[in-house]
Design a protein around this ligand. Structure first.
Ligand SMILES: Nc1ncnc2c1ncn2[C@@H]1O[C@H](COP(=O)(O)OP(=O)(O)OP(=O)(O)O)[C@@H](O)[C@H]1O
Ligand SMILES: [Mg+2]
Length: 211
């Protein structure tokens, strides 16, 4: 039997990586084989693309269309090389960002054509839409405060997207809400403002019904 694909979406610092780790542990404790991956990245090709996307690695401003297609390329490689084979083995896959990040960031925040992005996403994933998408919803300022704390503790530098203006991130958050409204059967909106354990419990309630 095919495994399930669960994607995590949400603005910067909303707790995606934290919650994916916790959910993977819980599923593992239930005897479910689970793989964790991330976008852009998750393959050698994807990680090379991630480097370009996040830090202007080639020292040249990236055009919006090139940015979009690099995300799509990373995603296509990830689906073909990792996600689909893993699901075919019956393992579950938890993916940190996926198609909806393209819609929220390039579509709603950058203003690119939504219908075109839908087609490019569809082409990249070949129809393998997520079984469930957890949208971690958090106030933008709170998210940035968390990211600041994380950098203070663990190091790291702001990426290209974190450097965008606050307006941009408000459009990302609002865009996510529109995406969730468009596909309510796939999305679950989780309030990411409460403590890590409460958020994890809410997520678990949504995932449990899939077991
Ligand atoms: N519910 C929470 N309450 C308080 N702090 C949290 C909560 N969830 C996560 N954090 C902390 O906030 C920071 C950001 O969390 P995390 O890295 O999981 O977010 P993210 O969505 O993956 O961020 P990014 O978009 O940068 O990848 C981390 O330092 C994490 O420990
Ligand atoms: Mg993260």
């Amino acid at each position: 039997m095919s495994g399930k694909l669960i994607t995590f979406e949400g603005p910067e610092g909303s707790g995606k990586s934290t919650q994916i780790r916790l959910l993977a542990e819980k599923l593992g404790a239930r005897g479910i084989d689970v793989s964790v991956t991330r976008e852009p990245g998750g393959t050698a090709t994807g990680e090379a693309i991630r480097n370009i996307l996040q830090h202007d690695a080639v020292n040249e401003p990236l055009s919006m269309r090139a940015e979009l297609l690099l995300f799509a390329a990373s995603r296509a490689q990830l689906v073909e090389q990792v996600i689909q084979p893993t699901l075919d083995r019956g393992e579950w896959v938890l993916c940190d960002r996926f198609i909806d990040s393209t819609m929220a960031y390039q579509g709603f925040a950058r203003g690119m054509n939504i219908a075109a992005l839908d087609r490019i996403n569809e082409f990249a994933i070949g129809g393998r839409t997520p079984d469930l998408t957890i949208l971690l919803d958090l106030d933008i300022e709170q998210g940035f405060e968390r990211v600041r704390c994380r950098y203070a503790e663990a190091g790291g530098a702001a990426d290209r997207f974190e450097c965008e203006a606050r307006d941009f991130h408000h459009r990302v958050r609002e865009g996510y809400h529109q995406l969730a409204a468009r596909e309510p059967e796939r999305f679950r909106i989780v309030d990411a403002a409460s403590c890590i354990e409460n958020v994890a419990d809410d997520i678990w309630n949504h995932v449990q019904v899939m077991l």
